[in-house]
Every structure is written in structure tokens, then in C-alpha cells.
Design a protein around this ligand. Structure first.
Ligand code: KIV
Ligand code: ZN
Length: 515
């Protein structure tokens, strides 16, 4: 049981840094900004916006998040060296609340094998890194990578030294997800007991999920005095991912007697954040995922449904509304006007510029002509596609696809290519193993960009016979993975839109929009 009643547990979201390290989860500059804005709407305390030294693109996106996202502390990651820390500062210094996060590994395995250094060298590097970071910025976090496999004496001595050097947060990561809750809780209790100056810093934890225990370990850490939790939306991250923000905050909210601590997260924003991250990264949320899976609040068995009708508490420990799952799904149709559409956008939590709303209304009308009922999920997808900010170098102008039994699938595609306001119309045809394959081959001929299709998924966005098909593709080009998403009531068209979406990202990110 947590003892100190007045404490606040702060949430440090690393979706844009550790989360983005999930295989294939890379996001464009504008997509990261969108996620950061949603994290701010959710009142996340600290956003780890990226690892500025890792690439020019990461530097620029951390910088623009620092410039544009108000509310949370904006943090950048750096290794324990001068170049990383200086670059990190140059990216985050635009924020009103900047934080430098510097780290070095402290387990003997990492020190000897990975860093090829001695304990003494690592100790000095940690202290010097924190001193340098402190010369730029008051708010400095130090992480002892692989802390849970480090010698406890040594770990405590480094923690004490970095606090002495100015660290205001000391993070104890379970980097490889090796701990179990009782063991990890004990480690936090030991640090709290043994480190003399621990009251001068916040103890943080960062738990990976290799044994499926990331959330359980984070909660055990809170019980033992940790007051910062590092986590990600939907639990995305390296390998099996990180502890999921939504699961930790809802555990605290649902068990107030067990965790009598404050937190700042607006839980009603959780569902939107989950959908946004899933849509932008292409990392699908499993149906039975706690809190945000589609089945998290579904009651299938007759006995359960009967119980729910009599009293929801029989089978529901929290309400879907608490995490922002929309109450009514059926909303608009082709007779709905501008006013109703704008109100629904507002009810769904979007704060958009008038020109963006007008553009969305035009798209909504086109959709409503094809589809009897436009559901909240349709609207969410429209918004996410329109504001993802991927510049449309290639747009679809004409599609003709033939396929059938005894017919060779063939596609004729015409795309418009726009570079610096100059338009060029290009047409190609190709055969394939199916209509989508034929279309993709024709597109490859037009763009001259040969990608490897790594993954293709199709799902119905909302129920009913006229449901829209949503296609997500994962393509690989020049070693990097790109996600594309397309929607339409016609699944071939949705497939083409998804592919073009991914190709446009490649054109922007690899060729600066000039291919
Ligand atoms: O898993 C880890 O140890 C990390 C650190 C950089 C905090 O991601
Ligand atoms: Zn990590």
C-alpha cells in the first residue's frame, strides 16, 4: 500500500522515443507533432519527444515539438557525451519547460561487453554528463540503463553521485524486462533507503515488457516510492514494448485505496490517444488489450449481459466513458449539415482550424454519399488522414482494375505528380497475381520507387454492409519502414490509397519531395 497520501505520480510518455523504436513504428514529422499535441491534451507531465542526435529528422521534430507544444515538460534523450547533450539542448531549448535526459549503462555486462569500459570510467562519464546537462538546464534526468541487472551497491553509488551533480530525476530502467514485481519493488525500496540524498530527486522507473510484466513492475515501483513512471501509449516500444500508460493510470484510478496518489492524466483522452498512435504507427491494438482493445468493454455471454442490464458494476470495474470510448457510435448521414458535422468533431475532442474543418466537411459529404451511416470511427479516420500532414506528391486520378476467374488481373493507373506546383499526369498498366498486386505494380512503374510490401491488413472501419474498408500497408524502402493507410468503401481503392500514402512519405522523407 502506498503510504504518502499527498504524492503525485508524474507520467513521462516516451511514445515518440522508445515507442518509435518499435519495429516499423516510425512517424513523420507532422505525425509526431500530432501525437505530442494529443499527449498534451491528455495532460501528460513529460513528453520524451525524441533522441535529437540520432538523425536530422529527429532533431527537427524534437525542436518543433519544443516550439509548439505547450503544457508538458519537453524532454530529449542523449547518451552521456558532450555532442549528444549539446545537440539535445539545441533541440529542446525552445520549450518553456525543457529537460535533458542523459543515460549510460551500469550493469557489468553492458559496461564490459557493450561499452568496453570500467565501472570507474562509467561512473565519471555519468557524473560529467549530468554536470554538463545541468549547465544548460535545471531539469536533468539521469538513467542507469540496465539498472535491474546492475550491482546494487554500484547502482546506489552512481545514483547518489548524479544527484550530487544536479540530477533532479533518477530513472531505474528494467531495460530488458527481466524483473518480476516483488524483486523490482525491492530494488526501488533499497535505492530509497540507501541513497543518502535521494530526497533531492524523483525516483523514476522505465519497465520493458519482455516477460509481460512492465505494468506490474511499474505499479510495484510506485508502491515502493517511485513517483515518475515512464511509459507509452498502447505499450509500444523496443521488442515486447514498454509499460502501457493507459493500464497504469487506470490501475491507479480504479484502486484509489491501494494507490492513494494524485495524477494529472485526463483519462477521457486515452481512447483517442490510443487510436491516433495505432493509426499513425500501423501498430495494431490487439482486440483483448486492457483498457483500449475493442473487446475491453464488450460483454458477450448471456449471463454477463443480464448482469450488466441489472447493474453495470456486476461485470465492469471502470466505465468505457472514463477512458473516452465514445458512447454512441451512430451519428451522421448524408442529410447531416455543416453544423451537425462541426459539432460532432467538437464532441470527439478535435480543435481544428476553420479551413481544415471545411476541407473535412467536403470529404465527409463525399463519404456520406457512398455510405448510409457515418460513424465516429469513420470521422476519426477522416481527421487522422487529413491532418497527418503527408504532402501529396502523387495523387490518384484514374483507376481501372479487371480481375475474375480465368482473367489475368490487370490494372491501369493514372497518377498526378505535383512538384513545386508543377503537375504531370503519368499513366501505366501492369498485370499481377490479383487486382491489388497489379495496381501496386503499375504504381511502382509510375513512381520509379520499388518498395517491398512487408505487411497488408484490411479491416472494416465500422459495422454494416456499407462499412468502409481501411487498409494499412507496411513497406520497406532503403532499409526504412513506412506505414500507409487508406480508406474507401471500395477495398481496391482503399488499397491503392494506402500504398500511395506510404509512397508519398518515402518521397518526402527520402527525396525531400522532389522524386
Ligand atoms: O530501456 C532503457 O533502458 C531506455 C533508457 C534509454 C531509458 O530506454
Ligand atoms: Zn527503453
Amino acid at each position: 500500500m502506498v503510504k504518502n497520501k499527498k504524492d503525485t505520480v508524474v507520467f513521462f510518455d516516451t511514445t515518440l522515443r522508445d515507442g518509435e523504436q518499435s519495429p516499423g513504428a516510425s512517424m513523420t514529422f507532422q505525425e509526431k507533432l500530432l501525437v505530442a499535441q494529443q499527449l498534451a491534451s491528455m495532460s501528460v507531465d513529460i513528453i520524451e519527444a525524441g533522441f535529437p542526435i540520432s538523425s536530422e529528422g529527429d532533431f527537427e521534430s524534437v525542436k518543433s515539438i519544443a516550439q509548439q507544444v505547450k503544457g508538458p515538460v519537453i524532454c530529449g534523450l542523449s547518451r552521456a557525451n558532450t555532442k549528444d547533450i549539446t545537440t539535445c539542448w539545441n533541440a529542446i531549448k525552445y520549450s518553456k519547460k525543457p529537460r535533458i535526459h542523459t543515460f549510460i549503462a551500469t550493469s557489468d555486462l553492458h559496461i564490459e561487453k557493450k561499452l568496453q569500459k570500467t565501472r570507474k570510467q562509467v561512473f565519471d562519464m555519468a557524473v560529467n554528463a549530468v554536470k554538463l546537462a545541468k549547465s544548460f538546464c535545471d531539469d536533468v534526468e539521469f538513467s542507469a540503463e540496465d539498472a535491474s541487472r546492475s550491482d546494487v551497491e554500484y547502482l546506489c553509488s552512481i545514483v547518489e553521485a548524479v544527484i550530487e551533480a544536479g540530477a533532479t530525476t533518477v530513472n531505474i530502467p528494467d531495460t530488458v524486462g527481466y524483473s518480476i514485481p516483488s524483486e523490482f519493488g525491492k530494488l526501488i525500496a533499497t535505492i530509497k533507503q540507501r541513497v543518502k540524498n535521494i530526497d533531492k530527486a524523483v525516483i523514476s522507473v522505465h519497465c520493458h515488457n519482455d516477460l509481460g510484466l512492465g505494468v506490474a513492475n511499474s505499479l510495484a515501483a510506485i508502491e515502493n516510492g517511485a513517483r515518475q513512471i515512464e511509459c507509452t501509449i498502447n505499450g509500444i516500444g523496443e521488442r515486447a514494448g514498454n509499460a502501457a500508460l493507459e493500464e497504469i493510470v487506470m490501475a491507479i484510478k480504479t484502486k484509489p485505496l491501494f494507490y492513494p496518489v494524485n495524477y494529472n492524466i485526463k483519462t477521457k483522452e486515452i481512447y483517442k490517444a490510443s487510436r491516433l498512435v495505432s493509426n499513425l504507427t500501423g501498430v495494431v491494438v490487439q482486440p483483448n488489450k486492457a483498457i483500449v482493445g475493442v473487446n475491453a468493454f464488450a460483454h458477450e455471454s448471456g449471463i454477463h449481459q443480464d448482469g450488466m442490464l441489472k447493474d453495470k458494476r456486476t461485470y465492469e470495474i471502470m466505465s468505457p466513458q472514463d477512458v473516452g470510448v465514445p458512447e454512441s457510435m451512430l451519428v451522421l448521414g448524408k442529410h447531416s449539415g455543416r453544423h451537425a458535422f462541426f459539432k460532432r468533431l467538437k464532441d470527439l475532442g478535435y480543435k481544428l482550424e476553420p479551413n481544415v474543418m471545411e476541407d473535412l466537411f467536403a470529404k465527409f459529404k463525399l463519404l456520406a454519399d457512398k455510405k448510409k451511416c457515418v460513424f465516429d470511427d469513420d470521422i476519426n479516420s477522416l481527421v487522422e488522414q487529413s491532418v497527418s500532414g503527408v504532402q501529396e506528391v502523387f495523387t490518384v486520378d484514374y483507376v481501372n482494375v479487371t480481375s475474375g476467374v480465368g482473367v489475368i488481373p490487370t490494372a491501369t493507373i493514372r497518377l498526378v505528380k505535383t512538384v513545386k506546383n508543377k503537375k504531370e499526369v503519368i499513366q501505366e498498366a501492369a498485370c499481377g497475381s490479383g487486382p491489388v498486386d497489379a495496381a501496386y505494380k503499375a504504381i511502382d512503374k509510375i513512381t520509379g520507387i520499388k518498395v517491398d510490401l512487408e505487411d497488408y491488413t484490411l479491416r472494416a472501419v465500422s459495422g454494416g454492409e456499407d462499412a468502409q474498408g481501411e487498409v494499412n500497408v507496411k513497406v520497406k524502402y532503403d532499409g526504412a519502414t513506412y506505414i500507409g493507410k487508406g480508406m474507401s468503401t471500395d477495398i481496391v481503392e482503399a488499397s491503392i490509397n494506402a500504398y500511395i500514402h506510404a509512397v508519398n512519405k518515402i518521397v518526402i522523407m527520402q527525396f525531400g519531395g522532389k522524386k
